[in-house]
Design a protein around this ligand. Structure first.
Ligand SMILES: O=C(O)CCC(=O)C(=O)O
Length: 298
């Protein structure tokens, strides 16, 4: 019999869980090693260059990646699951799945996998207070619940920065605490611009993961430095969610997915969502998972 999908539970320390509950996000350092960050970044740049080299009018074939957005200073890559084994390994990284499940409060399925490579925008004006493209992915009353006093959200992202993020390097910005506030998003954004201490920005070493609830209002930060930012993001939903990350996976790829990952890739029907709940003081499961423990399709 095939072994079960081993992933940590709880995946966060009590302090990390408390931070997540208070602010709607937590930054977990050291999820990927420097070598893993370099390998994923190299694969992302290779994919970007390959897409850019396509002839005009190229029709993307099933299983091929595409740009969701293509600007000289910013590419947003979608449909990337099949084009490099490292991307699938990232989406199935046991520690990241464990973090997502802890927030969901049940089994996760992958709903999207994307990457961004960006440099300073040509619209950047030094000294001007930045405005951001703030949004959230789901609304508070529909996607939130609590258990044992802890907040859960049925749509979660694990966003890992593969490059160092200093204060000028465009780390993700969030409106802290907005994951629990059932008020119009536009009103909350206006208030955050009035009191910018509500806007938190990710400043973190490469290999850190921003784990956040998609009820949290967030945006790409303002990149002021000369550096390129590289991030990779998996969206996970409760197991009864559909996949909405672009084209369907190809039958050839689907045939290779091991049985232990079927719920993670395909979800499952009905409300049998595999509840997984912790209490705040439960200690973190310290089992050391690396990218090598993710699934690398041959
Ligand atoms: O670029 C970023 O830091 C944020 C990405 C984002 O907005 C998203 O994944 O929904």
């Amino acid at each position: 019999m095939e072994p079960e999908f081993q992933r940590p539970f709880p995946a966060l320390t009590p302090a990390q869980r408390y931070h997540f509950d208070a602010f709607g996000y937590v930054v977990v350092p050291g999820v990927l090693s420097p070598e893993e960050c370099t390998a994923i970044q190299t694969a992302m740049r290779r994919v970007r260059d390959k897409i850019r080299a396509r002839p005009a009018g190229y029709q993307t074939r099933p299983g091929e990646p595409r740009f969701i957005s293509d600007q000289p200073h910013h590419v947003f890559i979608g449909d990337m699951m099949e084009c490099d084994p490292l991307f699938a390994a990232y989406a199935t990284h046991p520690r990241l799945v464990g973090m997502a499940e802890e927030v969901i409060g049940g089994e996760a399925r992958i709903v999207e996998l994307n990457a961004h490579l960006n440099t300073r925008s040509p619209q950047y004006v030094a000294g001007e207070l930045p405005r951001f493209d703030f949004h959230n992915g789901t609304d508070v009353p529909f996607s939130s619940h609590t258990k044992h006093g802890l907040y859960h959200c049925s749509f979660v992202k694990t966003l890992t920065n593969l490059t160092e993020l200093g204060p000028d390097d465009g780390g993700t910005v969030v409106i802290a605490g907005s994951h629990k506030i059932d008020l119009p998003v536009e009103e909350q954004i206006a208030l955050a611009y009035e009191d910018r201490s509500l806007i938190h920005q990710v400043v973190a070493p490469a290999g850190s993961t921003l784990l956040f609830a998609e009820t949290l209002i967030h945006a790409t930060g303002q990149l002021r430095s000369e550096r390129e930012r590289a991030i990779i993001i998996t969206g996970y939903g409760s197991s009864l969610f559909p996949y909405w990350g672009g084209a369907e996976l190809t039958p050839g790829f689907v045939a290779k997915i091991p049985a232990r990952l079927h719920t993670l890739y395909f979800g499952k029907a009905h409300w049998t969502r595999g509840p997984r709940y912790r209490r705040l003081t439960d200690p973190v499961d310290e089992c050391p998972f690396t990218l090598a423990d993710g699934w690398h399709p041959a």
